[in-house]
Write a protein that binds this ligand. Structure first.
Ligand SMILES: [Zn+2]
Ligand SMILES: [Zn+2]
Length: 389
C-alpha cells in the first residue's frame, strides 16, 4: 500500500541525525555527523542529488523544518542552533541567525513555534531554552531529569518532555517567562523515544525504546486517564496523527493506523491477591495457605480484560481486545471475560501495513502524503502513503 518513490544512499555523511520530508520536488533534508546539512532533490534520471550541501561547525544532532515559513533549524553537538531560509527553488539555504542555546552540550531537539516566533530546544546538559528569532534568549530552565524529546503547545504554554527513565513530565511556561511543574505521568519503562502532542484533541502520545506499546494520555480530560495501544511487536519509532487517525511505525517497519473515532477503554488495573481469584489456589509466596491446604503454590498471571489475579490454568485462553488497545496480538484472558467478548468485539480498530525496511528514524509530510525513513544500513527511503492515509 505504501509505494516506494526513491532512495538516497550516501554513507560518506556518516550517521544521519535527522531527516525531514520536503514539500516539493520529492525533496529530503538531512543533517549528519559529518557536520553537513544537505537538501536532496530527485533528478529527471530518478536519482537523488544534493542541491545544497552546507557544513556546520560540529556534528549535527537535530533538525526542525517549518514548511510554511521555509525555515530550517539545525542543532549541533556544541549547543548551537543555526536558522536558515530555504529558497523557493530549494537550491539555496540562506543563513539567517545563530542561537547559542546550550553551552557545550548537544542540541537534543529544537522546535520553531510560529505563533510566538520562538525557537525552543532541549540540550544534553538538561536545559530547556527558548529564544526569539532575532537571537534574543528569553529563558533557560534546568529540567528535573534528563530530556529525550519534547513537544510544546504554543497556545497554553505547556511543555511536555520525555526523560531517560520513562517519565513524561508536563511543565507550563507562564507569560512572565517562569516555568511551573504541572504533573509527572508515569507509565513507561525505559527512555521515552517519541512524544507527539495532538493539540486539537488535547491528547499526548508517547512510546519508549524498551517497550512495544504506545500510551495515549488524555490531557484535555484532566482526569489523568490514559489508554494503552498494544499492536506493535517492536518499539515504536514514529508517532503522528492525521485527521481521525493515529499513525505509529516501529523499528521493524510495521506501520499501524489507529482509528481514533472508536471508543477505547482504559486497560484493567492488575489486582493483587495471594491466591487465584477463580479457583483459589495459593500463589507460590502464600506459604501459609500452601501449608494449611497442603497445596503447591502456583505462578500469578493476570487477565488483560478484567485484571484479576489468576493461576495459569484459569487464564489459559487468549484473545485480542481492540477496545482496550490489544489489537492484533492475542493476550491472556480468564474464562468469564473470554465468553463475554464476541467475535465482533474482536474486529480490530486498527490496520497494519509492513514497510519493506527497518526504521531508525523518519518523518511524514501530510500535505504531500510522503514518508521518509532512515534505516539501519543508512539508506533513506521515500514512500507515497496516499493509499494508506
Ligand atoms: Zn486458578
Ligand atoms: Zn477476566
Amino acid at each position: 500500500m505504501a509505494t516506494q518513490l526513491g532512495e538516497v544512499y550516501d554513507v560518506s555523511q556518516g550517521n544521519i541525525a535527522a531527516v525531514s520530508t520536503l514539500w516539493d520536488d520529492f525533496g529530503v533534508i538531512t543533517v549528519s555527523q559529518d557536520r553537513s546539512i544537505r537538501v536532496w532533490l530527485k533528478r529527471s534520471t530518478g536519482q537523488y542529488w544534493p542541491s545544497v550541501c552546507h557544513f556546520l561547525n560540529a556534528p549535527c544532532t537535530s533538525l526542525h523544518v517549518n514548511k510554511h515559513h521555509r525555515a530550517v533549524f539545525a542543532g549541533i553537538e556544541t549547543g548551537t542552533i543555526s536558522y536558515y531560509k530555504l529558497s523557493d527553488d530549494l537550491n539555496v539555504l540562506e543563513s539567517v541567525q545563530t542561537f547559542n542555546a546550550h553551552s557545550n552540550a548537544a542540541v537534543v531537539q529544537c522546535h520553531f513555534c510560529p505563533l510566538r516566533n520562538w525557537i525552543l530546544s532541549i540540550g544534553a546538559e538538561g536545559n530547556f531554552v527558548w529564544s526569539e528569532l532575532n537571537g534574543n534568549k528569553l529563558g533557560n530552565y534546568i529540567l528535573p531529569s534528563k530530556p529525550r524529546c519534547f513537544q510544546f503547545d504554543s497556545e497554553s504554554g505547556f511543555i511536555f518532555y520525555g526523560d531517560d527513565s520513562g517519565r513524561v513530565i508536563i511543565l507550563r511556561l507562564r507569560p512572565e517567562s517562569k516555568i511551573d511543574p504541572v504533573i509527572t505521568l508515569e507509565g513507561h519503562q525505559g527512555p521515552i523515544s517519541c512524544l507527539y502532542w495532538d493539540s486539537s484533541a488535547q491528547k499526548l502520545y508517547s512510546s519508549s525504546s524498551k517497550e512495544n506499546r504506545v500510551i495515549s494520555w488524555d490531557i484535555g480530560g484532566k482526569q489523568g486517564h490514559f489508554i494503552e495501544l498494544n499492536g506493535h511487536s517492536k518499539p515504536v519509532q514514529l508517532i503522528f496523527t492525521h485527521q481521525n487517525s493515529l499513525f505509529t511505525i516501529d523499528s521493524v517497519g510495521n506501520l499501524i493506523k489507529w482509528d481514533l473515532t472508536k471508543k477505547r477503554k482504559k486497560c484493567a488495573e492488575w489486582t493483587e491477591s495471594d491466591s487465584c481469584q477463580a479457583c483459589n489456589d495459593p500463589f507460590f509466596w502464600n506459604v501459609k495457605q500452601m501449608w494449611t491446604e497442603k497445596k503447591i503454590g502456583v505462578r500469578q498471571h493476570h487477565c488483560r480484560s478484567c485484571g484479576k489475579a489468576l493461576c495459569e490454568k484459569c487464564s489459559k485462553l487468549r484473545t485480542t481486545i481492540p477496545e482496550q488497545g490489544f489489537e492484533f496480538i492475542p493476550v491472556r484472558c480468564c474464562l468469564g471475560c473470554y465468553e463475554s467478548i464476541t467475535d465482533s468485539d474482536r474486529i480490530p480498530f486498527a490496520t497494519s501495513h509492513q514497510l519493506p525496511t527497518d526504521v531508525v528514524l523518519g518523518d511524514i509530510d501530510f500535505t504531500t502524503k510522503r514518508l521518509t525513513i532512515l534505516n539501519r544500513t543508512k539508506k533513506i527511503l521515500l514512500f507515497d502513503l496516499a493509499a494508506f492515509l
